[in-house]
Ligand binder design. Sequence first.
Ligand code: SF4
Length: 338
Amino acid sequence: MGPAWRTALLASAEPGGRVRCGLCPFGCVLAEGRTGPCRVRRNRAGTLETATFTAAVAHLDAVERKPFYHLSPGAKVLTVAGPGCTFACGYCVNHRLSQYGREDTAPWIGTPALPGDLAARARADGAMLGLSYSEPSLAPELTLALAEHGLPIVWKSNGFLTPQAIDLVAPVLTAVNIDVKAADSRAHRALTGAPLEPVLESIAGFRAAGVWVEVSTPLIPGVSASPGQLEAMATTLADLSPDLPWHLLRFTPDFKMRRERPTPPEDLASAREIGRKAGLRYVYVERALGAEGRRTLCPGCGSTLVERGIWETAGSRLDAGACPDCGTRVPGRWRVGT
Ligand code: SF4
């Protein structure tokens, strides 16, 4: 079964039956019958339509796996995903979903999403709702429909959306984890097919709108893994805020980059030091450095505040978001009700 198209938001009419899409910075003006490079928004008879009101996946997992480390430790997230992405990264571990329309290996999968059913399932599990695995910013319509059911919503996103799209979704989002995949636009464009600047602007835009933001960087060979790229990224992020949690993700060979090797633990340790030296207070490494890489330390006195197992929080000493030893506040949304 193919996509079930429905009317999209952020559309404006152009002369000659064309329609402008205001969702991502590509700003496509689509002629009648044309589909955007994301492959999930199209002009049909002068109406912009989306295919992303779809659930191909609905999976319950820990908030730490998104990853969010400063958001309701121990919370669960019912994560929903449909096909589609604005980027075409050669390393994508979810390429069978994200690269729909670009790759023969990514046929259409999924059925129309039922927001009420998804929310009821999340509520029964005491979970938030999340959009991840593919690109959630392509699904503002589904995000807003899910929000009508009153649960917190989180995204794991590439951050490639317009300020107008941020204005639309920020009021219903609790948190966003945004990937920063390169330090400069040339490298970012070579990897993703898109410029970097809108991603950095989205980090600032979501923060200004009151959404909790964490950042992830996969250490991609030849792109983000070099010390120079990491230093530049860390400096940029620290300039935005030294309190931005930065997750360094081990590269896993997949898709078009199967011949590369996984990131060695010593490179992840070096990357973490680069982040700390740049001034970032919370730099995390998911697995390769053991529990030490996942620990939150007090920036005031250095004591351990949050311990994490491989995928979940193991224990927290935070007292109303502050260090119990010296009283230093640690930024985050430590208790989000479901
Ligand atoms: S979301 Fe798709 S159709 Fe809209 S501007 Fe971006 S690539 Fe073009």
